[in-house]
Design a protein around this ligand. Sequence first.
Ligand SMILES: [Zn+2]
Length: 299
Amino acid sequence: MSFNIKRRAILKAGAATLATGSAGLLLLPVDNKEKLNDVNLINSERIPAVTPALILEHEVAVKDNLQKVKSFNQTFSKDIFLEKNKYVAFHTALNKISKVKKVIGFANFNLISFDDMLNYARRYPQIGSFTKSELVLIDEIFFYDANKYGFHGDKVIKDITSKINKKETVKVAGSGHYLFKGDALTKFNQLEKDVGPNLVLTSGVRSVVKQLQLFLSKLERSKGNLSLTSRSLAPPGHSYHGVGDFDVGKKGYGKLNFTSEFSNTSEYKKLIELKYVDIRYTKDNDVGVRYEPWHIKVV
Ligand SMILES: [Zn+2]
């Protein structure tokens, strides 16, 4: 058996194994041992001997991840759930976040910061200040190690209170969404030209709060299953929508734009042929996210 497994895949598999509670050993090719400190997963003295059995175990873990990504909306036996004693705070926090969205409107909500959200809640009696237990819940969701429930992407925003400077964004007419000036806007404008008038922006800049709201809403629909939720949506802080990526769709295609059906449209076929287009979450991604043919990589 060879070591012909990508280091990244091995790390992911190791993390997945840790998360699911089976043998928590990390497998690395010998020449990569010194790089371990980069990832802070395990201390190099504890690297186990590389045996065929371990290699097999981790190949299985990698395959297992791909299977989960394929059937992203199914529950798997080792999925991690939100603890039951957090449910009350979870529901009331989500309710307040949704009320803030109603008060400030869909488009503005895309950019709202954490502190702004707290201020709106405090100022509007129909919302009411967030309680301590709601804030603890939000904090835990944001700072929890997402690897533990199966999401292996980068954390691109580490500060829960980070703000989006509205002046660095442009509102895209008719979409209710914003794009960052610079690379994102340039790419979208070019796409409109090359793909044609039926290409629309379906999601652009998302603040930490916007991603939190999307994540918690999906978490509610999936009955507290953190693993299942993170197969469809990056957890707050982990979304590249916070730093430049955006989603596109076909005009009039509605919710189908966020399904694999989008990859059957002529718009998708045109865009994928363009040399400057990269899809963030491909069919065989090792991040643990479903295939997203609509999500354009900018960063
Ligand atoms: Zn996206």
